[in-house]
Design a protein around this ligand. Sequence first.
Ligand SMILES: [Zn+2]
Length: 279
Amino acid sequence: MKKKDLIFILLIIVAVISLSILLNPFKHSIQMDDQGNYISRYAWVSGQEWSELDLTDANYDSPEAFLKDVDDYVEIIGKELNRSEWINTNIKDGTLDNLIEIKFSSGRSEASGGGYFESETYVRPVILLNIDGFEGGRDNLIHELVHIIAPYTSSKTMSEGLACYINDHYSKYDKTFLFDGSVHLIVKENLEGKYGNLVDYLGNNANGSNKLYTSDKKRDILYYAFSDSFTTYIIENVGIEDYMRLYQSDFKDEDYIDALGSDRQTSIDRWQAYILDFE
Ligand SMILES: [Zn+2]
């Protein structure tokens, strides 16, 4: 082979490798429909809404990059919570009605459909992401996806605790939901005093009366922190499977004993003792 031919072949190889690296972000196929919506395997976002965002400080500079993370998160959550089958049955290619719609709003981030409410198991899932949070790089994305993918629970603190736990462990960007630093230390500082009674909410089935939002913002953030800390403690002690069994139970003492080996009060006492020793 002539030297010239060899150089030519080498150049072709280099060009092919560079091109495949360059095009790699698009390997994960994101399509656009004739309405200008971006559509991935599990979710879609309106091109019009996306174009109105200021992405200077956001975690994503394109709908492709954003939807790729959505798809990755859906699969991570499905695996972690043993819900891959539910995802494949309920969130699938085809029409937009079968996919998670992601919208942006000036209000709180929230999820609806899927497992978030008992009556909504098969309702089309929608996630609203707070615009300021999204534009500022704290987008709550994985947290809200957990609300949709996890099965329904009658305990608000378990629902928020699990969404925070998955966020803390798998979010690519924001490792704590709403608060900064170690969740156990935040709870430790607040176990006694004004907000100590948040403990009463933990892991019971009084979903409706355990109000998440009040006029006291610190208290509301601590609601998440207490829920996150209690959930993290349980999962680290008995594993996700036993935790999920409790998550879907009626939260009676026998459910606690079955999943954790001790009744609710004993479980809470043990968690509190662990938190007080936590450094
Ligand atoms: Zn939540």
